[in-house]
Design a protein around this ligand. Structure first.
Ligand SMILES: Cc1ncc(COP(=O)(O)O)c(C=O)c1O
Ligand SMILES: N[C@@H](CCCC[NH3+])C(=O)O
Length: 406
C-alpha cells in the first residue's frame, strides 16, 4: 500500500530476494548444469545485475536485451543469443560482444553468421532442433512441434543438413544442440521425452560425422502457479526427470553425458512479481459486477492473448464485507480488456481501494504496450523492507517526445 501511495498505480513490484532465491533453487537442483535466465520474461538493468551476481547466464533474443546485458557488464561468455529472425545487425552485435553461444535457427543463418565472424576466430553455436513434442499452456506458446516457426526439423532433413554445413565452416564451432518445448509446462514428463529425442540426435551426429557434441540445451518453459489450486513445476521435480532421462539415454546410446543448459524465465521472475492497481469504479450489471482499475491489457495482455487467469487481493485495509465474485477489468477501450474473471473480492470494494494481482513478474512488464497512449508502469524493487524504483513510469511526455509531428 505504501508503494501504491508513494509511486502511484499501476505499478509492477518485484521481490529481489525471491528472484535470487529462485536462481539458487535452480543452481541447487542442477549443480552441474548451466542455468541461463531467459531475459524475455522480464529484463531491466537491476534484474540483469541480480542474475549476473547469482552466477547465472542470460538467454537473450534481441538486440535490446543484449544492450541491457551489455550495459550492466554482463559477461559475454555467459550469454546465449536466440531468435528465428535475427537481423544482420543483431548477429553482428552478438558476435562483436563475444556472446558465448548463438543458437542457429535455420539454414540461411549459417552462411550469414559465418560471414560475420572475424578471420581467425570461431563462434560457438548451438543448433535449434524441432523435437516434435507438443507442450505448453496454449498453442501460442508451444514451440516444440512440427508446424511452428522455430528450429530445424529432424523429419525434413534440415537438422542433418545444418549439422553437415556447420561442421564444414571453420568460423563456426558446433558446441551442441538446443530445443525449447514451449512455455508454462506443468509436468516434467515432456522434458524426459525431449531428452531422449535430443540424445538420439547427438548419437546421430556422432555416427554420421564422428563428432561427439559436448552440450545439450533444453530451453525453459517450467510452469508456475497463477491460481491458488495450481502447482508449478519445481526445479527439483524438473531436475529429477531430466537427469534420469539423460543418464539412461546416454548409457543406452554409448554417449558421454553432455553438459546440460537450462533456460528458465517465467519460473524465476513470475512468482516474484505482483501488479498494484487502484480501483476506479465498481459497476453492477445484469450479468455481473465489474471492478474497473487504472491499468489493464496494456500492462497485462496475457488474459486477452492466451486466456490466462489470475487472482486478485484487496490490500491496504481490512475488508468489512464477505467476498463476492467480480470481474476485474482495465481502463482500455475494449470489452476484452479483462484482467481477472470471476474472482472473489470483498463486497465493500470501492473506488480508491488498491488491489494486487500476484504472479505477474514474467511476461508483463516485458509485454507491456502503450495502447490508448497509456504510459507503461514503473518497476519497483523491494528488498529488506525497502522499495526503490528500478524502471521509472513512462509519462505522457515520454510518449509525446517520440512523436515528431508533421
Ligand atoms: C528459447 C527459449 N528459451 C527459454 C524460454 C523461457 O521460457 P519460460 O519463460 O517459459 O521458462 C523461451 C520462451 O518460452 C524460449 O523461447
Ligand atoms: N509470452 C508468453 C510466453 C512466451 C514464451 C516465450 N518463448 C506468456 O506470457 O505466457
Amino acid at each position: 500500500m505504501r508503494i501504491a501511495e508513494r509511486h502511484g498505480t499501476p505499478a509492477y513490484v518485484v521481490d529481489e530476494a525471491d528472484v535470487r532465491e529462485r536462481c539458487r533453487a535452480f543452481r541447487a537442483a542442477l549443480p552441474d548444469a548451466t542455468i541461463l535466465y531467459a531475459a524475455k520474461a522480464f529484463l531491466c538493468r537491476a534484474m540483469a545485475t541480480w542474475i549476473r551476481q547469482e552466477g547465472l547466464g542470460l538467454d537473450v533474443c534481441s538486440g535490446g536485451e543484449l544492450a541491457i546485458a551489455r550495459s550492466v557488464g554482463f559477461p559475454a561468455g555467459r550469454i546465449v543469443f536466440h531468435g528465428n529472425a535475427k537481423t544482420p545487425h543483431e548477429l553482428l552485435e552478438a558476435v562483436r560482444y563475444g556472446v558465448g553461444r548463438i543458437v542457429v535457427d535455420n539454414l540461411a543463418e549459417i552462411v550469414r553468421l559465418a560471414a560475420l565472424v572475424p578471420p581467425g576466430s570461431r563462434q560457438k553455436i548451438l543448433l535449434r532442433v524441432v523435437p516434435d513434442i507438443e507442450a505448453g499452456a496454449c498453442a501460442a506458446v508451444r514451440t516444440g512441434g512440427e508446424g511452428q516457426k522455430f528450429g530445424l526439423s529432424i523429419a525434413t532433413g534440415d537438422l542433418a543438413a545444418a549439422v553437415d554445413r556447420v561442421l564444414r565452416r571453420p568460423e563456426l564451432e558446433l558446441a551442441g544442440l538446443h530445443c525449447h518445448l514451449g512455455s508454462q509446462i506443468g509436468a516434467a514428463e515432456p522434458y524426459g521425452r525431449a531428452v531422449r529425442v535430443m540424445v538420439e540426435q547427438l548419437a546421430r551426429v556422432r555416427d554420421t560425422h564422428g563428432v561427439v557434441l559436448p552440450e545439450l540445451d533444453l530451453g525453459g518453459g517450467q510452469g508456475i502457479a497463477y491460481l491458488p489450486a495450481e502447482h508449478g513445476l519445481t526445479p527439483a521435480e524438473y531436475a529429477a526427470t531430466v537427469l534420469k532421462a539423460l543418464e539412461e539415454s546416454c548409457a543406452e546410446l554409448g554417449l558421454p553425458v553432455p553438459r546440460l543448459s537450462v533456460e528458465p524465465g517465467r519460473s524465476i521472475s513470475g512468482p516474484a512479481g505482483l501488479t498494484l492497481y487502484r480501483v476506479i469504479a465498481v459497476k453492477r450489471t445484469l450479468m455481473r459486477t465489474y471492478v474497473a482499475v487504472d491499468g489493464g491489457m496494456s500492462d497485462n495482455p496475457r488474459p486477452s492473448l492466451y486466456g490466462a487467469r489470475y487472482t486478485a487481493r484487496l490490500i491496504g485495509r481490512a475488508a468489512t464485507a464477505p467476498d463476492r465474485e467480480v470481474t476485474l477489468v482495465g481502463h482500455h477501450c475494449e470489452a476484452g480488456d479483462v484482467l481477472a474473471e470471476n474472482v472473489p473480492l470483498p463486497a465493500d470494494l470501492r473506488a480508491g481501494d488498491v488491489v494486487a494481482i500476484p504472479a505477474t513478474g514474467a511476461y508483463h512488464y516485458s509485454m507491456a504496450s502503450t495502447y490508448n497512449l497509456t504510459g507503461r508502469p514503473p518497476v519497483i524493487a523491494v528488498v529488506d523492507g525497502a522499495a526503490r524504483v528500478v524502471v521509472r513510469r513512462e509519462e505522457i511526455d515520454d510518449l509525446l517526445r517520440r512523436d515528431v509531428g508533421l
